[in-house]
Design a protein around this ligand. Structure first.
Ligand SMILES: Nc1ncnc2c1ncn2[C@@H]1O[C@H](COP(=O)(O)OP(=O)(O)OP(=O)(O)O)[C@@H](O)[C@H]1O
Length: 579
């Protein structure tokens, strides 16, 4: 792996970002070296002053040298600023975009294991941390390392004993910080967990504020949340303390270097092995050399702490993507499940051997007891998850070979949980097909019987609905979701409890509209209520991970199996409600 590739992998950088980081290393090294130049001049000047004469040509050298030093320091500082700051912020945007892009391409199973607060934390806080790491910590550390190495080499040319007296502290100081690695890694992992738990708690409190109020559970909840906040607080203090303990000790060791240079220098001076100017120069160089190293030690320690963030980022970036062809070669839109087995968690099978065909031009209804896997079947059919065994084909084409976004272009999906955005009603329906005209949106809304409630709103289609449609009733939200499906007009329609929140009048109106829409389409409906599925062409009954029955509603009713049993239960329940 080249240095560029290593940097890209470790700090989630783009190719350009890794190249910019190398530029920043060079810039920091040059800036440190430029800061050393006045020391050389001072050395020469001291020699002249001790000789009690300042030759004219030396005067010119000092004046010109000082001007050159000022210009060089200004140029290298500017170069360093440019290389570290500006490119870092550009790279930070690239990093966040590539993370978001990656999240689009990884299967939903990944999101099942991660919660939203954790992902938000990675995209915002971890990215911000890496932003500082790549703008300051790493370039300054590498710059200090290279410039110090060059200075150390030159120190050996003057006097080996003095050089050793000056540099013995370097490995000791860095080893002290390096030994903190394992401890810091463990506490940072813990800190990350506490932070995510706290963010989760805050998010949950905001989302459930209505229920907490309704059940007078606010105080109890706040006590729990306070505990989470306290855990973050005390853990952060502990990390700071631990960090300071290692870094301060290492920085203190670094200071011993000045002492040993003074001691060894005095001894060599007495023995006449060095002159006063060399002694003075060593004292000047070490005091100058340790300054960037003090910061380098802090940066080194901070970089060790970013290991946890890098790991979290890498977990997302290296997660296998769902890939597939963009070219569709399906013949028609029959959906065929063949020997499909699936589990969300290993060893906890949801579907063991599912076989059925949902034909184009027919309505196939999935029914079965709660938890039998109906929603799972619809998720697999749209490749939100990939099957563990067997295959799912659309028009003869294995969907695991189709690019997920391309596959979804063939589907209109009406979910149980309708997501609405804080935008106008018109735009919320237009999500079904971004390029649809206003007129097309309105036709779809009419078909889904949305106009009845839209026309009653003060601004009609231009009414802003609250975040996630909080100002709409459950039935209205579902009708918008159905309108989106009408608008998309895709050849395959997946409906999950599409009519669950509609009153009887609206439900029959929608059923009527749906029957117009589904002509020549493949329709897979999941519904609990037997009334919803009575008009289906085929009923597939799921139970214990397999298809227990599959046939037309009439035949299944007569067969006296699970479906007919569910019908009689539903009738009893309806009679009970009427009574
Ligand atoms: N994201 C998930 N991670 C883990 N297990 C899950 C997940 N989603 C569903 N399950 C489990 O898979 C099983 C089937 O769930 P599914 O939602 O497909 O059933 P269903 O028949 O649609 O249920 P219902 O009629 O109650 O909506 C259940 O045991 C459920 O707990």
């Amino acid at each position: 792996m080249s240095i560029i590739e290593k940097l890209q992998h470790k700090y989630a950088l783009s190719n350009q970002g890794a190249k910019d980081m190398i530029k920043a290393f060079v810039a920091c090294t040059l800036a440190n070296m430029a800061q050393m130049m006045p020391v050389g001049m001072l050395y020469m000047m001291t020699a002249d002053l001790l000789n009690k004469e300042l030759p004219q040509n030396h005067k010119t050298i000092y004046i010109a040298g000082s001007a050159i030093c000022i210009v060089l320091i200004a140029i290298t500082e500017y170069f360093q600023y440019n290389a570290t700051f500006f490119s870092t912020y550009v790279e930070s945007g690239v990093r966040r975009r590539s993370l978001a892009e990656k999240l689009r391409k990884i299967p939903l199973s990944f999101f099942g294991k991660k919660d939203l607060a954790d992902l938000t934390n990675t995209i915002m806080s971890d990215c911000a941390m890496l932003e500082t790491a790549s703008s300051h910590w790493l370039p300054e550390l590498v710059g200090a390392f290279i410039s110090t190495t060059l200075v150390v080499i030159s120190l050996f040319f003057f006097n080996v004993k003095m050089a050793i007296a000056a540099i013995w502290v370097l490995p000791v100081a860095f080893i002290i910080v390096f030994t903190s690695r394992n401890v810091m890694h463990a506490v940072n992992k813990k800190a990350s967990k506490y932070r995510v738990a706290c963010l989760d708690g805050i998010q949950e409190a905001l989302e459930t504020v209505r229920d907490l109020k309704a059940y007078n559970a606010q105080d109890e909840y706040m006590t729990g949340l306070n505990k989470k906040i306290k855990a973050v607080e005390s853990n952060s203090i502990f990390i700071e303390f631990l960090n300071a303990a290692f870094v301060c000790n290492a920085q203190m060791i670094l200071k011993f270097g000045i002492g040993t240079v003074a001691l060894v220098g005095s001894d060599l001076l007495i023995k006449n092995q060095i002159n006063v100017i060399t002694f003075f120069m060593y004292l000047m160089v070490v005091s100058r050399m340790y300054e960037p190293l003090q910061i380098a030690l802090q940066n080194f320690s901070a970089l060790i702490s970013t290991d946890t963030q890098c790991e979290r980022m890498d977990e997302i970036l290296s997660h296998p993507e769902q890939k597939g062809t963009q070219k569709l070669s399906n013949k028609g839109y029959d959906i065929e499940f063949k020997n499909v087995a699936f589990s969300y968690e290993e060893g906890d099978s949801v579907l063991s051997d599912v076989n059925f065909v949902a034909k184009q031009g027919e309505v196939t209804a999935l029914i079965g007891p709660s938890g039998s896997g109906k929603t799972t079947v619809s998720r697999l059919a749209s490749r939100f998850w990939d099957v563990n065994k067997g295959s799912i084909k659309v028009g003869g084409m294995d969907i695991s070979k189709i690019d997920p976004e391309k596959l979804l272009s063939m589907y209109s999906i009406v979910f149980q949980d309708v997501t609405l955005f804080n935008n106008t009603l018109l735009e919320n329906i237009r999500i079904g097909r971004k390029e649809a005209t206003d007129e097309e949106v309105k036709i779809a809304a009419r078909l889904a019987h949305c106009e009845e409630f839209i026309n009653k709103l003060p601004k009609g289609y231009d009414t802003l609905i609250g975040e996630n449609g909080s100002e709409l009733s459950g039935g209205e939200r579902q009708r918008i979701s159905i309108a989106r499906a009408f608008l998309k007009d895709a050849p395959i329609i997946l409906m999950d409890e599409a009519t669950a929140s509609l009153d009887v009048d609206n439900e029959s109106l929608i059923q009527e509209a749906i029957s117009k829409l589904i002509q020549d389409k493949t329709v897979l409906i999941i519904a609990h209520r037997m009334r919803t599925v009575a008009g289906a062409d085929k009923i597939v009954v799921l139970k214990d991970g397999i298809v227990a029955e599959a046939d037309s509603p009439e035949k299944l009713r007569k067969s006296g199996g699970i479906y007919s049993h569910m019908i009689s239960l539903q009738m009893k329940s309806d009679n009970w409600k009427m009574a």
